[in-house]
Write a protein that binds this ligand. Structure first.
Ligand code: NDP
Length: 527
């Protein structure tokens, strides 16, 4: 990133950034505040496209603040974007992969250059604190570069195979991975850079053309990602960007038979609907789903409780608990239960909440009114069967008056309560006590999700945990985050069971191949 060159920003290092980073963020924030309220187009076939209807993008920190005006795209725009991507496919897929890699790398460099502006936009539209905002942009850039690196490391995925033992002929067999065609990328609100950029970068490096549809709560950041690609010289039609409601525009994209593959990141319910709808095509098309999580952390009596408190609080309440990887279930062994719970409550009550662009604040608001209302209903439901240990209230006075601020909440709840299995996606974590390790593991695994999981215990117990836990991303004894904080190339990210469809993690060595199908080329010549 464009700051002190010795500092590498990741979700694990972000707690001790150099001073320079804050100065540059503050400068970018001042600039971006002067640009609020402008209209932003879609990008179809390289040109800005406007629609009849518009929608306002308002800040969850202060709902009086209109960040920008965006296009309420329709089925017509969906069809135009897919047609543009279809037209651009022959050219892009036959562009030498080295050239594709060069453009995608250039776009990653532009993200580095623009990181402070983009990070500030994320704080404003998502409600992320400044380090989380910057982290998301840095992750998107690293995901772009990772896809490029994998393409290079595999020599464009052209591989000589064995030679048939033919008499009188010579034969060559070559395996080539080739792109599918038009790839749809539908992203959620919570990581608008990495979850738009990651799939887009891989699809493009592989030679597909792309249509991006971001979440309606957060259209601005993905537009800035699309601009990095445009400014890096991506040819017209190769990367299109449309905005509008998932239920209409999104559905029209899903239903279009000219789409050859999709990466959807979002909720389980929408993802499963998309999976079924996309499945009615004439043949099976690749469907990469990255869905929700209900991520457990098991803490045993042998744990380093300082590490556990540090990791658990970060993972429960980073981005207001609105991470797919949020640590939403905490299981604690009886002998350390009282001590750890008291320390967790104390640490949670020390967290600062407020304007997420302000350096001092760790939590910002939740993303929208619907999440704000959900928080209040969950608190009522928890109080009926369990006990709120801390939090459990919305904040409405002073600087909180015009935003969706919710106090970080820890709650004791019986293990048979439905909220142990339901993804609330809010700053609420449930806590339970166990006396038997195997029983705790059973509870940890007894959900339809399998995204991330955390563990604090002895060295011997760690191996048991890795072996038994059903999750795609697992962490042991990590103070930097119990269940959160994956980084491309270090912790490739993806889920098991209802958390993901491909079984291969983004930012890992097996991921780019998902965007290509194999062709074997056997060429026989007379000897
Ligand atoms: P949603 O499922 O509500 O929305 C995700 C995207 O789908 C949005 O762009 C939305 O558009 C679009 N969409 C909605 N309905 C349709 C439809 N019928 N057809 C096509 N597109 C549609 O998720 P959120 O944005 O609320 O994100 C939170 C969820 O994402 C959580 O469950 C979280 O766990 C999960 N997630 C998973 C990750 C992973 O890697 N496994 C990472 C991050 C989040 P619109 O906004 O216009 O409705």
């Amino acid at each position: 990133m464009a700051t002190d060159s010795s500092f590498k920003l990741t979700y694990a290092t972000m707690y001790n950034p150099p001073e320079d980073l804050h100065t540059r963020y503050d400068e970018a924030l001042t600039k971006i505040k002067a640009e609020l309220g402008r209209e932003h187009g879609m990008i179809i076939d390289g040109k800005d496209a406007l629609s009849q209807e518009k929608f306002e993008n308002r800040s969850p920190t202060n709902t009086d603040l209109v960040l920008g005006i965006f296009q309420k795209g329709t089925a017509v725009d969906a069809a135009a974007a897919i047609a543009a991507a279809r037209k651009a496919f022959p050219g892009w897929s036959h562009t030498p992969w080295q050239e594709r890699v060069a453009i995608v790398r250039k776009a990653a460099s532009l993200m580095d250059e623009r990181i402070f502006k983009m990070g500030a936009v994320e704080s404003l539209e998502v409600g992320k604190n400044r380090m989380e905002g910057l982290g998301d942009v840095a992750e998107a850039a690293d995901l772009f570069r990772y896809a490029c690196d994998r393409m290079e490391a595999n020599n464009g995925f052209v591989t000589e195979m064995g030679t048939d033992p033919l008499v009188g002929y010579s034969s060559t067999n070559v395996s080539v991975l080739r792109p599918y065609g038009v790839w749809l990328v539908i992203s959620p609100f919570n990581f608008p850079s990495a979850l738009t950029g990651g799939p887009t970068g891989s699809a493009l490096v592989a030679g597909n053309t792309v249509v991006i549809k971001p979440a309606t709560d957060t259209p601005w950041t993905p537009r800035l990602i699309a601009e990095c690609l445009r400014d890096a010289g991506i040819p017209d039609g190769v990367c299109n960007f449309v905005t509008g409601p998932g239920s209409t525009l999104g559905q029209a994209l899903i239903d279009n038979p000219d789409v050859n593959g999709i990466t959807f990141t979002g909720s389980y319910d929408v993802g499963m609907k998309i999976y079924r709808d996309f499945g009615v095509g004439r043949y099976v098309r690749p469907t990469i789903l990255e869905l929700g999580g209900k991520n457990p952390t098991i803490v045993t009596k042998h744990a380093d409780l300082d590490a556990a408190v540090s990791g658990l609080v970060k993972s429960a309440f980073g981005l207001q608990g609105q991470k797919c990887s949020a640590g939403s279930r905490i299981l604690i062994e009886a002998p350390v239960y009282d001590d750890l719970v008291a320390r967790l409550v104390e640490a949670t009550e020390k967290l600062t909440i407020g304007d997420p662009t302000a350096r001092k604040n760790f939590l910002g608001p939740v993303v929208n009114k619907s999440s704000y209302k959900d928080y209040q209903s969950f608190v009522v439901e928890i109080k009926e069967s369990g006990k709120i240990l801390t939090g459990g209230k919305i904040l409405t006075e002073g600087e909180y008056a015009k935003g969706y601020f919710c106090a970080p909440t820890l709650a004791e709840l019986p293990f048979d309560h439905r909220l142990w299995k339901y993804e609330m996606f809010l700053p609420i974590s449930t806590i339970g006590k166990f006396t038997d390790l195997e029983a705790a593991m059973k509870i940890a695994n007894d959900v339809d999700y399998g995204l991330t999981a955390g563990f604090y215990g002895s060295e011997e117990e760690v191996e048991w945990f890795f072996d038994k836990i059903e999750a795609g991303v697992t962490y042991a004894n990590r103070p930097q985050g119990a269940t959160t904080g994956a980084w491309p190339g270090f912790q490739p990210f993806g889920g098991w069971k209802g958390s993901g469809s491909s079984g291969k993690n983004s930012g890992g060595i097996h991921y780019l191949q998902l965007y290509m199908h194999e062709q074997i080329r056997t060429h026989v010549r007379k000897a």
